[in-house]
Design a protein around this ligand. Structure first.
Ligand code: COA
Length: 380
C-alpha cells in the first residue's frame, strides 16, 4: 500500500478539495462568477432575490418562477413564536451572531420534516432560513434598541421588508432612500457566494457526515463570525470610528503596520491582486456617502487604502467598503456580520445541495508531532 502524501498544507492553502458548479473565483483576472454570471453583471441587472434563486436552482428565474419564489419567500418570513420567544430570552450583550446561530438551531428543532438528503427537502429548509433570518435579525436589532418588533410585511420586497423591519415606524411608510436600498441589495448580491471559503467549507464538512441542513448552517455561522472571515466588516468600521478624523488616518495606518498589526478589510487568501467585488461595492459606498454627508468616511477609506498599497501592496477586500456602507445606511456595527449571513445562506444552501449530490466524508489526515508513546505512571 502506498504511503499517503505527508506534505502539510497549513490552512489547507492551495488545496483543491472538490469540484463545484456554484461559483468560480478567478484571482488571475480578479473576477468572480455565480453559475457562470459575473457578479458585477448580476449586481447591475438582477435583484438579490433573483440571485438567491440562481444559487438555489442553478439558473436565473423566468418571470413566473420568480413570482412563485417570491410568493414562497414572503409566506415564510414569520418564524414560529417559540423562535422569537427564545431570542427575546437571550442577553442583549451577547454577539448577534450567537443569537442567529442559536435561532437556526431552534428553527431546526421545530421542523417537523424528518431530515433527508433529498434536494427538495434541503431547498425547503434553506428557503425557510433564507426567509426567516432577516426577521430574526430585525427582531434582535430592535430588542437591543428597546424598540418594538415590526412584523414582516408580505407586500414588500425582500430588501424593502428587511429595511422597514429594522428602521421603520411600524406604519409601513418607506424610511430608506432608493440609494440605501440599492446599496443594501448590492451588498447582499456580492456577499452571497464565494466558493470554498471557511464558512462554506464548514457547511460542506458538516453535510459530508450526513448531518442535517440546520446543523450545517449553524456551523457555518460560527465560522463566519471570526474576524479573519465575515467578522472583518465590523472590525473595519470599528477601525474607522477609532480613526475618526481623516487627518489621523495615515498615521494610524503607519503605526498599525509598524506594529505588524493585521488591518481588517485588507488581504485575501485567494485574491492577491484585488478582490473582484470591491469596485462594485465601493461605488455604492461613495453614493451613500454623497447621500448621507459621509465624506469623512470616504476620506478615511481612501487614505487607508493608499497607505496600505504603498507600504505593502495589499488590496482591500469586500468588507472594506461594506463596513462603512452599512454604517451610512444606519445599521448598528455588531450587526454587519448577521447581514452577511442573510446573504451567504443562499450560497451555503447551494453548497449543501451540491455536497449531498456526490458526497464523500471530509476527513483529512494529520501528522502527529506529540510525545512518543509512553506508559501511564504506575502508583503502586
Ligand atoms: N493587514 C496587514 N498585513 C496583512 C494583512 C492585513 N489585513 N493581510 C495579510 N497581511 C500580511 C501578513 O502579515 C503577512 O505578512 P508576512 O509575510 O510579513 O508575515 C502576509 O501579508 C501574508 O498574510 P497571510 O495572513 O499569511 O495571508 P493569508 O492568505 O493567510 O490571509 C487573510 C488572508 C484574509 C486571513 C488576511 O489577509 C487577513 O487576516 N486579513 C484581515 C482580515 C480580513 O479582512 N478578512 C476578510 C477576508 S475576506
Amino acid at each position: 500500500m502506498s504511503q499517503p502524501d505527508q506534505t502539510i498544507r497549513k490552512g489547507l492553502a492551495g488545496v483543491v478539495a472538490d469540484t463545484t458548479a456554484v461559483s468560480k473565483v478567478m484571482p488571475e483576472t480578479n473576477s468572480l462568477t455565480y453559475r457562470g454570471y459575473a457578479v458585477e453583471d448580476l449586481a447591475e441587472n438582477a435583484s438579490f432575490l433573483e440571485v438567491a434563486y440562481l444559487l438555489f436552482n442553478g439558473e436565473l428565474p423566468s418571470e413566473e418562477e420568480l413570482a412563485e419564489f417570491e410568493r414562497e419567500e414572503r409566506s415564510l418570513r414569520q418564524p414560529d413564536q417559540r423562535v422569537l420567544d427564545a431570542v427575546a430570552s437571550l442577553p442583549t450583550d451577547c454577539h448577534p451572531m450567537d443569537v442567529l446561530r442559536t435561532a437556526v438551531s431552534i428553527i431546526g428543532t421545530l421542523d417537523p420534516e424528518h431530515f433527508t438528503t433529498d434536494v427538495e427537502h434541503i431547498r425547503r429548509a434553506g428557503l425557510k432560513l433564507f426567509a426567516q433570518l432577516p426577521t430574526v435579525t430585525a427582531f434582535d436589532i430592535r430588542r437591543r434598541r428597546g424598540a418594538e418588533f415590526i412584523a414582516p410585511d408580505p407586500e414588500k420586497s425582500y430588501s424593502e421588508n428587511f429595511l422597514s423591519m429594522v428602521f421603520g415606524d411600524g406604519e409601513g411608510s418607506p424610511v430608506n432612500s432608493e440609494v440605501d436600498k440599492k446599496a443594501f441589495d448590492t451588498s447582499l448580491i456580492l456577499y452571497a457566494e464565494h466558493s470554498f471559503n471557511a464558512s462554506t467549507f464548514t457547511a460542506r464538512l458538516i453535510s459530508s457526515t450526513l448531518s442535517d441542513t440546520y446543523a450545517a448552517i449553524a456551523g457555518a455561522i460560527g465560522a463566519l463570525k471570526g474576524p479573519l472571515h465575515g467578522g472583518a466588516n465590523e472590525f473595519v468600521m470599528h477601525t474607522m470610528l477609532e480613526i475618526d478624523d481623516p487627518a489621523r488616518a495615515a498615521d494610524w495606518m503607519a503605526e498599525a503596520l509598524d506594529a505588524k498589526k493585521k488591518v481588517m478589510g485588507f488581504g485575501h487568501r485567494v485574491y492577491k491582486n484585488g478582490d473582484s467585488r470591491v469596485p462594485t461595492m465601493e461605488a455604492q459606498f461613495r453614493k451613500l456617502a454623497e447621500e448621507h454627508d459621509g465624506g469623512r468616511w470616504v476620506e478615511i477609506y481612501d487614505t487607508m487604502a493608499k497607505v496600505m498599497d504603498e507600504r505593502t501592496g495589499i488590496k482591500p477586500n469586500l468588507d472594506f467598503p461594506a463596513g462603512p456602507a452599512y454604517y451610512l445606511i444606519g445599521f448598528d456595527v455588531e450587526f454587519y456580520t448577521p447581514l452577511f449571513v442573510m446573504a451567504r445562506v443562499t450560497g451555503w444552501i447551494a453548497h449543501v445541495v451540491e455536497q449531498f449530490s456526490d458526497n464523500a466524508l471530509i476527513r483529512p489526515l494529520s501528522a502527529y508531532d506529540g510525545p512518543e508513546q509512553r506508559e501511564v505512571p504506575r502508583t503502586t
